[in-house]
Design a protein around this ligand. Structure first.
Ligand SMILES: C[S@@+](CC[C@H](N)C(=O)[O-])C[C@H]1O[C@@H](n2cnc3c(N)ncnc32)[C@H](O)[C@@H]1O
Length: 242
């Protein structure tokens, strides 16, 4: 089993992040953010390659990012509009000057923090940066253990004439952790792309939010505000500072 420092995801994924990972929902996120007001200061935790930040700045928001990986930020800087002010550091602990109307943490990235302590500290850091009435907006998947047997599973992600991409995973129910190994097999060889994640269900996140002085205001199943139900695969939770 393994853990990551805050720069390791980027070292492994920055090169092809935009090709392999983009879920194509940045415009939906911009519309969602706008529904809370068309102006304001946003702090994005884990700004990455600017997938969401650049469209938000183009929509008129003032945005500052925190990111663990200089490689990811370099990719953002190479894009048109990618000159978004960003601080390199762990988003659970890095402090940025001033107060914000909104803190954003999207695309399951809370789970990149692989202990409960680290996740609680992330909520506290979000709350610290918010002005009174400000919102912490969080997107994660809802953990689904149904594919695991004996705490492990292997699935096929892609198959082509010259490649097969597999995902091998171990589940640690005591630590609420998944240890993923993405195995990319081609004629040139095998590339391993590991990823540890510590999952939490929404009620645990609500408790973390309370510890940080935040209350859950809304929870949706997706960025189009569809209702969150027992069958939802992911959630957008909106936490408000009193
Ligand atoms: C799944 S990507 C999401 C990037 C971007 N928010 C997006 O939606 O495209 C996860 C990002 O979190 C960053 N990251 C992971 N752990 C971090 C930490 N502890 N502190 C700061 N950044 C971290 C990675 O470098 C990567 O850019």
């Amino acid at each position: 089993m393994f853990d990551f420092t805050s720069d390791q995801f980027g070292q492994l994924n920055a090169e092809d992040y935009d090709i392999q990972f983009d879920p194509g929902n940045a415009n939906q996120i911009v519309e969602f953010v706008k529904s809370y007001g068309h102006q304001g200061r946003i702090l994005e935790f884990a700004i990455g390659t600017g997938r969401v930040a650049i469209p938000l700045v183009e929509a008129g928001f003032e945005l500052v990012g925190i990111e663990g990986s200089a490689e990811m930020v370099d990719k953002m800087r190479a894009k048109p509009g990618g000159d978004v002010p960003s601080h390199i550091g762990d988003f659970a602990y890095t402090e940025v000057g001033g107060e914000f109307d909104m803190v954003l943490l999207v695309y399951n990235t809370l789970f990149n923090l692989t202990s409960q302590r680290h996740q609680v500290d992330c909520f506290k850091n979000a709350a610290k940066h918010l002005k009174s009435g400000g919102r912490f907006i969080l997107e994660t998947f809802v953990p689904d253990l149904s594919g695991y047997k004996d705490h492990q599973r292997v699935s096929t992600q892609r198959v082509g004439e010259d490649h097969a991409w597999l995902e091998s995973a171990l589940h640690d129910p005591l630590a609420q952790k998944f240890h993923f190994q993405r195995i990319r097999i081609t004629n040139e060889g095998i590339k391993l792309v590991p990823l540890p994640m510590r999952y939490a269900y929404p009620p645990e996140m609500d408790l973390m939010a309370q510890l940080a002085g935040l209350q859950c205001e809304h929870r949706f199943a997706d960025w189009q505000r569809n209702p969150f139900t027992a069958n939802s695969k992911s959630h957008i939770s909106v936490y408000k500072k009193a």
